[in-house]
Design a protein around this ligand. Structure first.
Ligand code: NDP
Ligand code: GDP
Length: 338
């Protein structure tokens, strides 16, 4: 039985990945830090909570990582743990850097001395492309991160490549574009919208307050992206892969589609910070811009080119934009993530 450690077991991707690995016969260990939400609601949603062996695990504590890795002797480590919210990285850049950059270096260096044959996956991100240098973005596109989150993840990405090349370790990196689901954190825009629209529909909320509606993202379905992560780790050689849908849409489009799912339509009035969205059904303002949600520097456009993953791994995103919006809004209407 292969042993896998998934770091950040309480997160969105871990809930789907742990289910996948259990189905493939792995013994799954999940790293959880002391401050984590101990309801384990995501693991319960995917029905795997009682099958995972929990480990006391914090990426900022070297000795904790060292002892844990030494004891478990894992075959594979999936490093999904991170301070994963770009917005918070502007107010907590040092914490973000310690977790997202130094944390990765700690694991890599421990593996090098304790168990160098462990396969390692690093959760890299399209945020590393930031102010994009070409469209679409692929594995060869130059990076230009636009937030402390992106900068820290880029350092971790290169450190992973460096340990792969310097010490011949099986260190892989998946540059994943935004991937969402009903298990997504409520601070991220897609889930913020799906929750707000379902609550507005039920009369539990009046207005959705939003930042920049014109930024574009390549949004896919998290459940499918963890299959890509697994395939990256099973590839004969350790490598870097982009996982994306190859489509991009604005935040505004996400809002419009979400209201269509509940049988409503939005008409836009005004400009910039004064812009509002009105419900055709009620005539009320249901979307409003709040500059509080603007970021000091923005990533305006992300569009991934997943050709390499398609050709070499046989991985392809199946769930596209409209279906994803529908899955998320319907789940929140049913109280899925409550
Ligand atoms: P989540 O935010 O849902 O999960 C992050 C996990 O990391 C949580 O379990 C969190 O625990 C844990 N964590 C945070 N800090 C520490 C720490 N110091 N030590 C140990 N664990 C910690 O992320 P996702 O599932 O959405 O994403 C998984 C990974 O993929 C992340 O690294 C993210 O940056 C990256 N990524 C995600 C994308 C996406 O669109 N979802 C796109 C590209 C990359 P706690 O419950 O305690 O907060
Ligand atoms: P990111 O791509 O990792 O930053 O994912 P997010 O879901 O946090 O943000 C996606 C885009 O939505 C970014 O361009 C944000 O600026 C934009 N956005 C606009 N309004 C909001 C908001 O209220 N919350 C969040 N999280 N993002 C917003």
């Amino acid at each position: 039985m292969k042993k896998a450690i998934i770091t950040g077991i309480t997160g969105q991707d871990s809930a789907y990945l742990s289910k996948l690995l259990l189905e493939k016969g792995y013994e799954v260990y999940g790293g959880v830090r002391r401050g984590s939400d101990r309801t384990y609601w995501r693991l319960k949603r995917t029905g795997v909570f009682d099958k995972i062996k929990l480990l006391d695990f914090d990426l900022t504590e070297y000795s904790n990582l060292f002892e844990t890795i030494k004891k478990i002797q894992p075959d594979e480590i999936y490093n999904l743990a991170a301070q994963s919210f770009v917005g918070t990285s502007f107010t907590q850049p040092i914490v973000t850097s310690d977790i997202n950059y130094n944390g990765v270096l700690r694991i890599l260096d421990i593996l090098k001395s304790v168990k160098p044959d462990t396969k390692f996956y690093q959760a890299s991100t399209s945020e590393m492309f930031g102010k994009v240098q070409e469209v679409p973005q692929n594995e060869k596109t130059p990076f230009y991160p636009r937030s402390p989150y992106g900068v820290a993840k880029l350092g971790a990405h290169w450190m992973t490549v460096n340990y792969r090349e310097s010490y011949k370790m099986f260190a892989t990196s998946g540059i994943l574009f935004n991937h969402e689901s009903p298990l997504r954190g409520e601070e991220f825009i897609t889930r913020k919208i799906s929750l707000a629209v379902s609550r507005i529909f039920k009369g539990e909320q009046e207005v959705l307050e939003i930042g920049n509606m014109d930024s574009k993202r390549d949004w896919g379905y998290a459940k499918e992206y963890v299959e890509g992560i697994y395939q990256i780790m099973q590839n004969p050689i350790p490598d870097t892969f982009v996982l994306a849908t190859g489509e991009t849409h604005t935040v505004r489009e996400f809002i419009e589609k979400a209201f269509i799912v509940v049988g409503d339509e939005i008409s836009w009035e005004g400009e910039k910070e004064k812009e509002v969205g009105k419900s055709k059904k009620s005539g009320k303002i249901v979307v409003r811009v709040n500059p509080e949600f603007f970021r000091p520097s923005e990533v305006n456009l992300l569009l991934g080119d997943p050709t390499k993953a398609e050709k070499e791994l046989g991985w392809k995103a199946k769930t596209k934009f409209e279906k994803l919006v529908e899955i998320m809004v319907k789940a929140d209407l049913d109280g899925f993530g409550a």
